[in-house]
Design a protein around this ligand. Sequence first.
Ligand SMILES: NC(=O)c1ccc[n+]([C@@H]2O[C@H](COP(=O)([O-])OP(=O)(O)OC[C@H]3O[C@@H](n4cnc5c(N)ncnc54)[C@H](OP(=O)(O)O)[C@@H]3O)[C@@H](O)[C@H]2O)c1
Length: 270
Amino acid sequence: MKVAVHGVSGRMGTTLLRLVHAADDLELAGALTRPGSPAVGRDAGELAGLGALGISVSDDVAAVLAGVDAVIDFSLPEPTLALLPRCVASGVPLVVGTTGFDSEGLAAIEAAATEVPVVFAPNMSVGVNVTLGLLSLTARALGEDWDVEVVEAHHRAKVDAPSGTALKMGEVVAEAWDKSLDAVAVYGRERRGGPRPSGVIGFSSIRAGDIVGEHTVLFAGRGERIEITHRAASRDNFAEGALRAVRFLPGRRPGLYDMQDVLGLSELLG
Ligand SMILES: NC(=O)c1ccc[n+]([C@@H]2O[C@H](COP(=O)([O-])OP(=O)(O)OC[C@H]3O[C@@H](n4cnc5c(N)ncnc54)[C@H](OP(=O)(O)O)[C@@H]3O)[C@@H](O)[C@H]2O)c1
């Protein structure tokens, strides 16, 4: 399968170049960056520290799309939105890992997905997505009688808290209870909060050192508890997920897919 990476000069872009090159079943056949980037014309392998691969970094989207089976995009919202109609015109399916779209951008992704298959997921980590499936199953089985707490830890430079992934985990539990997260979330308790009511989801955040990202969801019942933990060690996990997503595309009908579809979780978990 011939794959192009869009956004190759970025942190995710170089990680993807490395992992696509290392995959036996994928061929790196295109490397796209923004027009005017100093990376244009350089060998993509050299950009990723792999040595020369004979693939030049290009800003010529049409030429690259003519020679590939799929594109993996980790760039910025504006370049992604410019890429979508080009992929539609060339009939090339794509994986969109870029985040930060407004409602118009999300509508443009949905519109493109009526013409070509698109996998779109703001978190492509296989482990995180399987964890979300486990949380849904666990919360549905246990119900609201079990107390739920989400505890997350990240490096000291992270500015938002709780993390987007922690909030997503809370959303999945709230959804299993048929509630909105806003109605049940309790953030960062202080000393005089009174006893813990049932049916709420508590969030705690740790910010320290260089922790890449850890999330634990604790379900506590009477006399027992379950803890579901995901630990990230590097950003390779997002790129591995994007590779799973690109392998899912051949032969798919046009449509908007997410990582639950890619991993077959809906069928597995019911
Ligand atoms: N879905 C997930 O699991 C997941 C995981 C991690 C990150 N992300 C998202 O992925 C995106 C990229 O993350 P990152 O950490 O790699 O960011 P980054 O290092 O800032 O990389 C973004 C890259 O996009 C390039 N770019 C700008 N304009 C472009 C254009 N017209 N055509 C092609 N490329 C263009 C930039 O090139 P220049 O350097 O030349 O300006 C830059 O290298 C972000 O939206 C991030 O939130 C998603």
